[in-house]
Design a protein around this ligand. Structure first.
Ligand code: G6P
Length: 511
């Protein structure tokens, strides 16, 4: 994946970062890059697909270290210690440490507190929230389990860096801090952080904030999320906040708060897009659809992604502009997700009903079918082939922390063609300024924007993509993890605030 020169540079940085006593990076997240599958009574570690795995794996593969996560197994309460294993199998570049959850813990913590309370709350879909005391109790208990697993990794090196990820584990920093007062702890919050008055709807919002204040550094995708977080912090605690520097002083400890949107492995996507096999597959996809123009959607089948609204917009387009019937296809890839949660089943049925309705009404009996729908997870080659086959990519989420699909599409379009239609409510809209913005809540407006995208002159497509590619290239995944880990290198220097900094209202945007 990386050239020799690049590897040497990384190793140099590793030594600079790690110093003589060789501390390790301990990544902690709910899911990791591997899940266990049982075959013939043997446990096989299987690679998982997803943004988190592809963003973090290069760090551990190159630095070494440990990744603590739940690996998909539900077990008996007494079997608390999960498996520790070197991965990739046969190479052992880093270790995975499994955290085992009981079925009950998983139901209440993951389905309950994470996905029925925090997920809809942070996406500002408060009608969908369910706050239950037993969800909260399970969340605390599971966060303690993760903190214990981290504590048990390596007790002797105070310079280890703990890098904790996402809303599932917001209490881990403070649990760790209590046990290891000098630990270096960084956190990345991968979903939106809502405005403080929305966040406070959660009965345990203060405890979540306190949990996060156990870090030395915390990062979000956008400045707006940083500001929302700082507002929530200052509501509960008499802290000193230097907004412009992205700094909180909490109980004599510095906490850096930054906006650092996740990057992708840009060159890897470029390479895949140049691969003749991938390009041939893109041609095959185009031919199989038989459409003059292909509009693509690739999303987890989640209610935050705005898939029903997109299908309604497609109906609007074909109603208002009948000339497109039989010539344009929307190919919607819906990646299966959170199957055990009732609302996701309801959404699946709703999407299938709408696909049938749009096709029933606008299929001409010849030419392109209005909507092709696939409920499937794609590997990276197949994904890039789809990006290359499309004329327009729709990323029209109702609310999204960032959206890596948008960045992957941009990196894959080495031909300079293609149009990205982007929701202003996706974090990526702050960075990807060359995209065509479209409000997903209004189907007829979205239809008009799709028409504009379909008819965009090639010169405009190229100039927009060029500026998009510049951003995605310069803020790649390496930029992201380097900047995240920078503040935890030396968290204990004495802090002397310069005069006139307090109360300035901008967030700590990294370059
Ligand atoms: C979001 C979250 C991730 C999560 C992913 C998939 O992107 O930020 O932490 O892993 O969704 O959801 P799942 O519930 O399947 O892990």
């Amino acid at each position: 994946m990386y050239g020799i020169f690049y590897k040497k540079r990384i190793l140099k940085e590793v030594f600079a970062l790690q110093g003589k006593s060789n501390p390790q990076i301990v990544v902690i997240s709910n899911r990791g890059a591997y899940a266990f599958q049982e075959r013939d009574r043997e446990l096989i570690p299987k690679r998982t697909v997803g943004g988190l795995a592809s963003a973090l794996e290069p760090v551990l593969t190159d630095y070494g270290g440990t990744w603590i996560s739940w690996c998909g197994r539900l077990d008996k309460p007494d079997l608390e210690r999960g498996i520790r294993l070197g991965v990739p199998p046969g190479e052992s570049r880093y270790h995975i440490q499994e955290v085992l959850l009981t079925r009950e813990e998983h139901d209440l913590y993951y389905h309950g507190f994470c996905n029925a309370a925090l997920w809809p709350l942070c996406h500002q879909l408060t009608d969908r929230c369910s706050f239950q005391k037993n969800y909260w109790e399970a969340y605390r208990k599971v966060n303690q389990k993760f903190a214990r697993a981290a504590r048990n990794i390596k007790k002797e090196n105070p310079r280890d860096i703990f890098w904790i990820h996402d809303f599932h584990l917001s209490l881990v920093p403070q649990y760790l801090r209590h046990q290891l007062p000098d630990a270096r702890i960084a956190f990345f919050w991968h979903i939106p952080f809502p405005p403080a008055d929305t966040f406070h709807i959660l009965p345990w919002s203060r405890q979540i904030i306190y949990g996060l204040l156990g870090c030395n550094a915390i990062a979000f995708h956008t400045d707006q999320y940083v500001q929302n977080f700082l507002d929530a912090v200052s509501f509960f605690y008499p802290v000193t906040i230097f907004r412009e520097q992205g700094l909180i002083l909490f109980r004599n400890r510095k906490i850096y708060v930054q906006a650092l949107p996740v990057g992708i492995n840009y060159h890897h996507f470029e390479q895949l897009a140049a691969d003749p096999l991938v390009r041939a597959r893109a041609q095959e996809i185009r031919q199989s659809l038989g459409a003059e123009k292909i509009i693509l959607g690739v999303d987890r089948l989640d209610y935050t992604k705005g898939i029903p609204q997109r299908l309604q917009a497609m109906a609007c387009l074909l109603e208002k502009y009948p000339g497109y019937r039989g010539r344009v296809t929307l190919l919607q890839i819906a990646v299966p997700t959170r199957n055990g949660i009732g609302e996701y089943g309801v959404l699946k049925k709703e999407v299938e009903r709408l696909v049938g309705e749009v096709n029933g009404r606008y299929d001409q009996g010849q030419g392109a079918i209005p909507v092709r729908y696939r409920h499937v997870s794609l590997d990276q080659e197949e994904l890039v082939a789809h990006y290359l086959a499309a004329d327009v990519l729709l990323v029209t989420a109702l609310r999204d922390g960032l959206n890596l699909v948008a960045k992957e599409f941009v990196a894959s379009r080495i031909d300079g063609r293609g149009v990205l239609v982007l929701s202003p409510f996706a974090g990526a809209a702050r960075e990807l300024q060359g995209a065509l913005l479209a409000n997903p809540y209004e189907p007829s407006h979205l239809a008009t924007r799709i028409k504009l995208a379909l008819e965009m002159p090639l010169a405009e497509q190229k100039s927009r993509l060029e500026s998009l590619r510049r951003v995605v290239r310069s803020r790649d995944v390496r930029w992201w993890w380097q900047n995240n880990l920078k503040p935890v290198k030396s968290p204990y220097t004495t802090f002397t605030p310069a005069t006139g900094m307090a109360g300035v209202s901008q967030g700590g945007q990294a370059t």
